[in-house]
Design a protein around this ligand. Structure first.
Ligand code: BEZ
Ligand code: FE
Length: 300
């Protein structure tokens, strides 16, 4: 392991790492070494540029916390999160497509307590969000054959009329976030506000790098949903709004055509009142189609 040259460095380093007993770990480390070395050779990386890259990582560490990871955000804005999501969630046509999870999902009771479980038809708008555009979001969780799925647990979360997620103003408690468990009919239904486009966090190195590169820092408006159901692949996705100006320039590359919905406006005050909101309101009917787990597919 002496006298490394431009020509032999990669082979020498691969050899030094060759004794790993875990084949998958070794495959990954070998590929990282090869790609990093090729990258350095390809761009002829200078020492100042290498130091700037290390400095970027330090800045990510400085601004990250349990509630916020600038490393994940970096993965998001470089399209890595979207690529990992895509290759790990290949599904047949007709099954609802995945999209990125983002940083604002709450898996378990934390600082804000348990995620509120609501009943079909319940309202999330309340007093706090009455400046928003009222929206009725409803549909059926079903399989590809059209059979409703009972006992599916759906988590929804989105931003408020002030552009913020509840976790960005935790002192005010939960907002526009809920969990619904489906019954025999597979139905979900609730009233909420129309989400708004928003920027990724602008105070860290990821946004600085994007702005330096003249990249858009906005995400198109979306409603996040994550669905778990026994016997089916867990689905993490987002529902976007047709016509949004950022659909073709999402800062984190989450948009897929099948997830872009028409948030049609309904002007009927009578229909709005029936569901406890006011006109004009958006009416979003969207079925969610789950894909069976591999084991369940094999048993069919
Ligand atoms: C989000 O959709 O919540 C999100 C995703 C990636 C980065 C920032 C926000
Ligand atoms: Fe989001």
């Amino acid at each position: 392991m002496r006298n490394l040259t431009e020509e032999n460095t990669t082979d020498v380093v691969l050899n030094a790492w060759s004794k790993n007993p875990d084949p998958r770990f070794k495959e990954i480390v070998d590929a990282i070494i090869k790609h990093l070395h090729d990258f350095v050779r390809e761009v002829q990386l200078t020492e100042a540029e290498w130091a700037a890259a290390i400095e970027y990582l330090h800045k990510c560490a400085d601004i990250s916390s349990p509630e916020r990871s600038e490393f994940i955000l970096t993965s998001d804005v470089l399209g890595v999160s979207s690529l990992v999501d895509t290759i790990n969630n290949r599904r047949p046509d007709g099954a609802t497509e995945n999209s990125v999870l983002g940083p604002f999902y709450i898996a378990e009771a934390g600082e804000l307590g348990e995620v509120p479980v609501i009943q079909n038809g319940d309202d999330l708008i309340g007093e706090r969000n009455k400046d928003g555009v009222p929206s009725y979001v409803h549909g059926i969780v079903r399989d590809a054959a059209g059979n409703p799925i009972r006992g599916a647990s759906l988590d929804f979360w989105q931003n408020a009329p002030n552009g913020l997620y509840d976790v960005q103003e935790p002192e005010k408690g939960y907002n526009l976030r809920c969990r619904i468990i489906t019954g025999d009919d597979g139905r979900y239904a609730f009233t909420t506000t129309k989400p708004l486009p928003y920027t990724i966090p602008l105070d860290g190195p990821a946004a600085a790098m994007m702005q330096f590169s003249n990249r858009n820092v906005w995400r198109p408006a979306h409603l996040h949903v994550r669905i778990e159901a026994s016997g089916y692949e867990t689905l993490t996705t987002e529902l976007f709004i047709d016509g949004d100006e950022y659909l073709d320039d999402d800062a984190v590359f989450g948009v897929k055509d099948t997830l872009v919905l028409n948030w049609d406006t309904n002007a009927s005050q009578e229909e709005a009142e029936k569901i406890g909101i006011w006109a004009p309101f958006c009416d979003i009917q969207h079925d969610i189609v789950l894909h069976p787990l591999k084991a369940a597919r094999a048993a069919e």
